[in-house]
Structures are given as structure tokens and as C-alpha cells.
Design a protein around this ligand. Structure first.
Ligand SMILES: Cc1ncc(COP(=O)(O)OP(=O)(O)O)c(N)n1
Ligand SMILES: Cc1ncsc1CCOP(=O)(O)O
Ligand SMILES: [Mg+2]
Length: 227
């Protein structure tokens, strides 16, 4: 099963004193807000364009049946590229889809309940806004990653929290659990978040609304994250 957690053998590949013991920052795609029948072909082009660690199915206005249908179509594509399928908000649908995990916001339910439904191997991510306290709580409750944001203006979601990038660096000093940066991230503004310590960049609008193509945007992220 695709995993998005830190590779425990990663640190041992660095001689002492080199590297910070964490794998390089990776891309975590958030789906477009609505599912289009042409999307599987777009997704394949995107996954051919550069490495992607995870894909979150985030269809806020879709019915359960629409989410299940979309997930059912996308799951084998993602599996073929070894990309983790994370379902937003809904542990029950994540289980029905046999997805790799679920992303929970602060109002989306209990981490322990999601864990008991999805099992030990599931990836459970938790929104922590700009809060060190929420992140510590999420880690203690068994989250597999914590997400901070919104770092930049975004048209994808109404947001009220604006963390400083230093929260990412702080997190890497207190926890081995990966941290995800989210909110208005593009190839042009991502560098400070990568430098601050983000393990993953979660991106939606910059990819799906890219002036040239979604694949061009993922290729630009690949160049940035390789550098
Ligand atoms: C990776 C990631 N981080 C944060 C969010 C936001 O979750 P939430 O606060 O529950 O808001 P919605 O996405 O449900 O509108 C996320 N989805 N993914
Ligand atoms: C879901 C979510 N949570 C905080 S910002 C955000 C939107 C992410 O999408 P974009 O990359 O288009 O800003
Ligand atoms: Mg949510």
C-alpha cells in the first residue's frame, strides 16, 4: 500500500551530520473541487509529469455516491503510480473505498474513531491551522501527519488562520511525524515553506488552474523540489 509517512531507513542513508534525518519535501495533491469525467486522463498526465506522494479526494459538494464513484475510478490509477489515496472528511467512505487514509479537520470527527474504523496502516492527517497546541494534541492522539495553513491567500477555501513558515521548522524539531503545508501554494511561492521544513506541500488550485496545464505545474514543482 502506498504510504506517505517518513521512511524510517532514510536517516541512516546520511553520514552523521549530513541531512536532517527527513526525506526531501514531496507533493501532496488535493483534487479539484468538482469531479469531471475527463479528470482521470488529466490525472494520468499530471502523474507522468513529476513525483506525487499523495492525492486527496476533496469533493465538498458531492454526494456519497459521487465520491464513491470518483474514488473507484481514481484508485487504480493512483495505485499504479504508488500514490496514496486520502479521502477528505469521511473515514466511512475511506473505509468503503479501501483508501490509504483520511484527512480530518478540527470538526470532522475523532482521530481514535477513525483509527478503529480504518486500522493501524491507515494514514490519518489532521488540520492544525496555525496552532502548535493542536498539532501536539493530534500527534498524541495518533495522527500520521499534521497540516498547517493557510500559508498564502487561496480561492479554494475560506480561511482565517495564517501561520508563519517557522511553525514548520519548529514541528520538525519536536516530532518525527510529517508536517504538511497548505494554502495558496504554487511553484513560485513554495520555496520558503520547503526551506522552513515542510515534509509535504498540499496543492490544489495552482495545479488544476495552471495557465499552461496541470502537468506543467507538477513539472515545475518537481524542478523546485529536486533543486
Ligand atoms: C492536507 C490538508 N490540510 C488541511 C485541509 C483542510 O481540512 P479542513 O480544515 O477539514 O477543511 P476542508 O478541506 O474539509 O474544507 C485539508 N483538506 N487537507
Ligand atoms: C483545503 C484547504 N485548507 C486550508 S487552505 C486549503 C485550500 C488548498 O487549496 P489551494 O492549494 O488551492 O490553496
Ligand atoms: Mg474537513
Amino acid at each position: 500500500m502506498a504510504k506517505i509517512d517518513l521512511d524510517p531507513e532514510f536517516a541512516s542513508r546520511f553520514p552523521e551530520g549530513e541531512g536532517d534525518g527527513r526525506p526531501p519535501c514531496q507533493l501532496y495533491l488535493i483534487s479539484p473541487p468538482a469531479y469531471d469525467p475527463g479528470f482521470p486522463e488529466v490525472l494520468k498526465a499530471v502523474l507522468d509529469a513529476g513525483p506525487v506522494a499523495a492525492f486527496q479526494l476533496r469533493l465538498k459538494d458531492a454526494s456519497d455516491m459521487e465520491i464513491m464513484r470518483a474514488g473507484g475510478v481514481l484508485k487504480p490509477i493512483l495505485a499504479a503510480y504508488d500514490v496514496a489515496l486520502i479521502v477528505n472528511d469521511r473515514p466511512d467512505l475511506a473505509r468503503e473505498l479501501d483508501a490509504d487514509g483520511v484527512h480530518l479537520g478540527q470538526g470532522d470527527g475523532d482521530i481514535a474513531e477513525a483509527r478503529s474504523l480504518l486500522g493501524h496502516d491507515a494514514q490519518i492527517g489532521v488540520t492544525c491551522h496555525d496552532s502548535r497546541h493542536l498539532a501536539m494534541e493530534a500527534a498524541e492522539a495518533g495522527a500520521d501527519y499534521v497540516a498547517f495553513g493557510s500559508f498564502y491567500d487561496t480561492a479554494t477555501k475560506e480561511t482565517v488562520h495564517r501561520p508563519d513558515p517557522s511553525i514548520l521548522g519548529w514541528w520538525t524539531t519536536v516530532s518525527e511525524i510529517p508536517c504538511v503545508a497548505i494554502g495558496g501554494i504554487s511553484p513560485g511561492n513554495a520555496a520558503p515553506l520547503v526551506e522552513a521544513g515542510a515534509d509535504f506541500l498540499a496543492v490544489s488550485g495552482a495545479v488544476w488552474n495552471h495557465a499552461d496545464s496541470p502537468a506543467a505545474c507538477v513539472a515545475a514543482f518537481a524542478d523546485l523540489l529536486r533543486a
